[in-house]
Design a protein around this ligand. Structure first.
Ligand code: GLU
Length: 287
């Protein structure tokens, strides 16, 4: 029997969803559903200083308003620190992590972190934990970005000096724990894939299929993001938002589709989803 597809959408609650995040959520949802899969929602609330109060609830509300219901309960990373700790112990046992006492200033002056210059011994517990993988090469086939070869140029931090677990660690630990075998997300995360693939293997997991969707750009040629104040999605216009996002993903929605309910729009689209129809170029939304 072929393996069940398990995909996910994993927002960080640093702000409300915007149109670019809707495109990612919708693309990952449709790819999962069209392949008879499960689609999970995971809240990546790992970094309280960067979070916006109420954003997690707003994101979940927006997903529901757009008919994007995850299978099972939403998983919250803030409740899973024990898993990240165990994963670090596993890496420690293989001597794949080490302490880094370098300051930000030292790293900046050296033009980046280099393992051979790293201050690994020092008094106190003011250190980050880094994953030994610089210099490794990863080749993979991305569903939309095609053949990729990435050389890891720096050992990434897995636990920060302030004691917070890093995104790179938590995302891989959770994808393994949740059985995720297809990761569909925005092309801004393409460059993390080499490091994450190394971590999947080091932690005994299977590297998932990756697919990086094109990014929605603003008029200034930047990716829509919370940092450049992309407008929050208006949940009251869910059907129109979905139809617009479908257009971006390569569909040609028939006139009047936006007068349907989100659930009807999603079932129309999941029956017609075609990976090869997605236009791979990062671009502005056609007016
Ligand atoms: N939480 C990450 C973000 O919002 C995405 C993680 C992922 O999809 O791998 O950028």
């Amino acid at each position: 029997m072929p393996e069940q597809y398990i995909g996910r959408f994993a927002p960080s609650p640093t702000g409300p969803l915007h149109f670019g995040s809707l495109v990612c959520a919708l693309g990952s949802y449709l790819d999962a559903i069209a392949h008879g899969g499960h689609w999970l929602v995971r809240m990546e609330d790992l970094d309280p200083p960067r979070e916006m109060p109420g954003a997690a609830e707003r994101i979940l509300h927006a997903l529901h308003a757009h008919g994007l219901h995850g299978h099972g309960e939403t998983v919250w990373q803030s409740h899973r620190h024990h898993l990240y700790k165990t994963a670090l112990e596993k890496l420690q046992a293989q001597q794949l992590i080490y302490r880094c006492h370098c300051t930000r200033e030292q790293i900046r002056r050296a033009g980046g972190h280099r393992r051979e210059n790293c201050i690994t011994e020092s008094e106190g517990d003011n250190y980050a934990l880094r994953f030994r993988c610089a210099g490794t090469q990863e080749t993979f086939h991305d569903l939309w970005q095609g053949e990729q070869t990435q050389i890891v140029d720096e050992d990434p931090i897995l636990k920060r000096k302030d004691g917070l677990y890093a995104y790179q660690l938590a995302v891989v630990v959770d994808d393994i724990a949740q059985g995720v075998n297809c990761v569909v997300r925005g092309a801004d995360l393409l460059d993390c894939t080499g490091v994450q693939s190394q971590l999947f293997r080091a932690l005994g997991g299977r590297v998932p299929q990756f697919g990086h969707l094109p990014l929605v750009m603003n008029e200034g040629g930047q990716k829509l993001s919370k940092q450049n104040h992309a407008a929050p999605l208006d949940d009251k216009n869910a059907s129109a938002n979905l139809v617009q996002a479908l257009g971006f993903l390569g569909f040609h929605p028939p006139p009047g589709l936006e007068s349907k309910l989100p659930a009807q729009i999603l079932s129309w689209a999941s029956a017609r989803w075609q990976r090869q129809a997605v236009d791979r170029r990062n671009r502005q939304l056609a007016q």
